[in-house]
Design a protein around this ligand. Structure first.
Ligand code: ZN
Length: 105
């Protein structure tokens, strides 16, 4: 979801707490504390999403199409389902707000 340098987003990131920066960078890079990444680094053995049990719990699944987060996604991001391109156009503050509201990270 990193396309090009954005001074506004960089400024936003620099003002975050260490915890929020960890969450945001994890979501953007795919290294979030979600089951896909935790399985890759051998912390967990089940890569499925614990919320919906339908797909691997990647950042893209969590942010864009987990059925368990549809209502929160619609309320905070304006759509029930979002693909990679749509997610890449969101402000980082919106991604972080969604992550906080989901209470998954
Ligand atoms: Zn899910």
């Amino acid at each position: 979801m990193l396309r090009e340098f954005n001074p506004g987003q960089a400024s936003f990131a620099l003002r975050l707490t260490r915890h929020d920066l960890h969450i945001l960078m994890g979501l953007i890079t795919g290294h979030a504390d979600l089951n896909r990444h935790l399985t890759l680094i051998k912390v967990k053995s089940d890569h499925l999403c614990p919320l919906c049990q339908e797909e691997e719990e990647s950042s893209l699944h969590f942010l864009g199409n987990c059925s368990a987060n549809m209502r929160t996604r619609f309320e905070l991001l304006g759509s029930y389902v979002m693909d990679y391109n749509c997610l890449g156009q969101l402000q980082w503050s919106s991604l972080l707000r969604f992550a906080r509201a989901s209470k998954r990270l």
